[in-house]
Design a protein around this ligand. Structure first.
Ligand SMILES: [Zn+2]
Length: 114
């Protein structure tokens, strides 16, 4: 099985669904005690008469909010992006100046060799 197919399968299994009516989140890895849904039951495999255990909304009221792992991965990427964006203009100038200085020193060292 290719890594991509494996990822797709895993994503489908772990997809969580949020009740748009009350905000309850159905987590496949936990199942649902109220309706005797065993842990590991995919949302699409829930019985048609399954309702939101909090507000009794029907399955159609639920929205796929993705796997639990997706959010943390996204946050990590976000943090990585923010790491650079958090730099003040002054810090960015230091980085640019530092790079220019290194380049200049490199040029000078080459020039000195000739
Ligand atoms: Zn609900």
């Amino acid at each position: 099985m290719s890594a991509q197919a494996e990822e797709a399968l895993e994503t489908q299994v772990l997809d969580r669904y949020e009740c748009r009516s009350c905000g309850y989140v159905y987590e496949p890895e936990k199942g649902d005690d109220k309706y005797d849904i065993p842990a590991g039951t995919v949302f699409s495999e829930l019985p048609v008469n399954w309702r939101c255990p909090v507000c009794s909304a029907k399955k159609v009221a639920f929205a796929n909010i993705g796997a639990a792992g997706t959010a943390s991965g996204f946050k990590e990427n976000l943090g990585y992006g923010l790491g650079v964006n958090k730099l003040t203009p002054g810090q960015k100038n230091i980085l640019i100046f530092g790079a220019l200085t290194l380049g200049f020193l490199f040029f000078i060292s080459l020039y000195g060799l000739q």
